[in-house]
Design a protein around this ligand. Sequence first.
Ligand code: HEC
Length: 119
Amino acid sequence: MNKIVAMILLGVLSLSSYAQDVDAGKKLFGTFCQSCHGPDGDGNGPANPEQSLKPRSFALAAFKFDTDADWQKGTDADLADVIRKGPAVYGGSPLMPGWSQFSDAEIKSLIVYIRSLES
Ligand code: HEC
């Protein structure tokens, strides 16, 4: 019985921390990323109309970079590297800068938010 209560409590707690991450990520995204990636992460931000290389839509989650060479693209570690250092370091577009000043928690919330846009 106690085990069940504990499991329910844990479930509720992790759900609410997920919601907090999505919220925090959404705010950061609005400030730093939306101008290129668009408010819905579809790659149609106002800073982009003339760019030959548009950011991919996060709804498709078709990520390109495997920064830690583990043969998997778009893992949390890959996205964290791209956000911290910018895609150019990994042979991608120099248009997106890196944000080395973001804390681990901020990076995590951005990744959680980006993944929440997947459809
Ligand atoms: C100045 C425009 C610009 C801004 C601002 C920008 N990006 Fe990007 N982003 C791009 C472009 C262009 C690409 C495509 C890069 C490529 O394919 O080489 C990209 C790609 C990405 C990718 C895909 C990585 C992959 O493996 O495919 C992620 C994730 C990403 N950006 C996250 C962010 C986050 C988070 C922010 C805000 C902190 C941000 N971007 C801000 C232009 C921008």
